[in-house]
Ligand binder design. Structure first.
Ligand SMILES: Cc1cc2nc3c(=O)[nH]c(=O)nc-3n(C[C@H](O)[C@H](O)[C@H](O)COP(=O)(O)OP(=O)(O)OC[C@H]3O[C@@H](n4cnc5c(N)ncnc54)[C@H](O)[C@@H]3O)c2cc1C
Length: 374
């Protein structure tokens, strides 16, 4: 019997869609070429930063607000602690992208925040060394998510609600057929009324007669043991994003087991093939992350504990793509990345379930329409 909906890809987005569809009683299956929580795409790496005052654009704020509520619901339903509200410091020059965008978004949406001068920031958090003209926008509602556990919770609860998970199965093609779709996999055929394609960096491989303007880039992340661990305990050091002369770096306080996570946002410029790229973090990658840390958080610049690569799927404007495939309304595409999509996963799941089952959503997704690319 044909499915109501088939969800292709069980990363952060597809797993949330599977859950929200199954909860509404849809006859749904999720197809994933690896195992949910794998380290080949964009949704691994232990943690993800979440923040409300949104420097990318204020229109993301209502969506992230809804996501907070849905993450809490997922915690209740799964009995797991997935969202940690610790506060976040967004630091940089007053006219910079990060500070200016976060302040504008916070003021427009009347969000709780405080602006600290550099001196006060360094008095409160002595680990920071920033120029006198820098400021920090402190947002008490910022924090981080447990990445793989959150994704696996969506999948497990979707299965409990009746969804089928087809893991280790690779989709080879998505074929519009009459009013529905036929999905060809390396194990057979799947028929459904609607397909949601959330294939991350592999999106363009699966779209029939259509190519999205996506650029897949490689990101490196390192975990270190800070030189002065005491300075980076969660109660003494915030989740941070810091815009310096070398771009935006981000990180989390020291985790007892993993150490301190450090990364640079959008450092990969060269497009890569998601099937074939340098998976190992190189000394050059490490140096690129450490250079800003050595300048602004020198006490954090300690022994390397572990490192990982991960992929961004970037649109030209950094905004998401959530829309129906032109000519095939039964195919819904979800490419919410550009390095900032994880925090939105549950509300994206809700939106995709709305589009698949109701034909429309009350959430404002006008910013994510394909038509903007002409
Ligand atoms: C280093 C790094 C740091 C980040 N930090 C943050 C952050 O702090 N906060 C934040 O909000 N966001 C952050 N992001 C972005 C966020 O993680 C991504 O936007 C999000 O994970 C995208 O999820 P996705 O489900 O769209 O893609 P993916 O996780 O890549 O999922 C796509 C899935 O589709 C499957 N698939 C693909 N092709 C096929 C096929 N043919 N057949 C079957 N299955 C297939 C893949 O195996 C994969 O599981 C970060 C990303 C990276 C890489």
């Amino acid at each position: 019997m044909a499915l109501d909906v088939v969800v292709i890809g069980q990363g952060a987005t597809g797993s949330a869609a599977l859950y929200h569809l199954a909860r509404r009683g849809a006859h749904v299956a999720g197809i994933e070429r690896f195992a949910p929580g794998h380290d080949r795409g964009s949704s691994h790496g232990r943690t993800r930063i979440i923040r409300v005052g949104y420097f990318e654009h204020p229109s993301y704020v209502p969506l992230v607000r809804r996501a907070y509520g849905l993450w809490r619901d997922l915690e209740d339903a799964s009995g797991q602690s997935l969202l940690h509200v610790t506060g976040i410091a967004e630091i940089g020059p007053p006219g910079g992208i990060l500070v200016e965008g976060t302040l504008a978004s916070s003021r427009l949406n009347d969000l709780p925040h405080q602006v600290l001068e550099a001196r006060e920031l360094m008095r409160r958090y002595p680990a920071f060394h920033v120029p006198d003209d820098f400021v920090a926008v402190m947002q008490p509602e910022g924090g981080y998510l447990e990445a793989e556990p959150a994704l696996r919770a969506h999948v497990a609860l979707a299965i409990s609600a009746g969804a089928e998970l087809r893991a280790h199965e690779r989709v080879l093609a998505v074929e519009p057929r009459g009013g529905g779709v036929r999905v060809r996999t390396d194990r057979g055929l799947v028929e459904a009324a609607i397909a949601v394609i959330a294939a991350g960096p592999w999106m363009n491989e699966l779209l029939p007669d259509f190519t999205l303007p996506l650029r897949v880039t490689r990101q490196a992340v390192i975990w270190v043991e800070p030189r002065t661990p005491a300075l980076f305990a969660p109660e003494r050091f915030p989740v941070f994003m810091l815009e310096g002369s070398q771009g935006i770096h981000d990180g989390l306080p020291r985790h007892a087991k993993d150490g301190m996570k450090l990364a640079k946002h959008h450092h990969g410029n060269e497009p890569v093939d998601p099937e074939n790229f340098q998976r190992e973090v190189s000394p050059a990658d490490e140096a690129m992350i450490r250079s800003a840390i050595a300048a602004h958080i020198p006490a954090a610049d300690g022994k390397l504990l572990s490192a990982q690569t991960c992929l961004y799927t970037n649109t030209p404007d950094g905004d998401f793509v959530i829309d129906r495939l032109p000519g095939y309304p039964q195919i819904i595409i979800a490419s919410p990345c550009s390095g900032h999509g994880f925090k939105f996963a549950p509300v994206l799941g809700e939106i995709l379930a709305d589009l698949a089952l109701k034909g429309a959503t009350d959430h404002d997704i006008s910013r994510f329409r394909l038509a903007r690319f002409g």
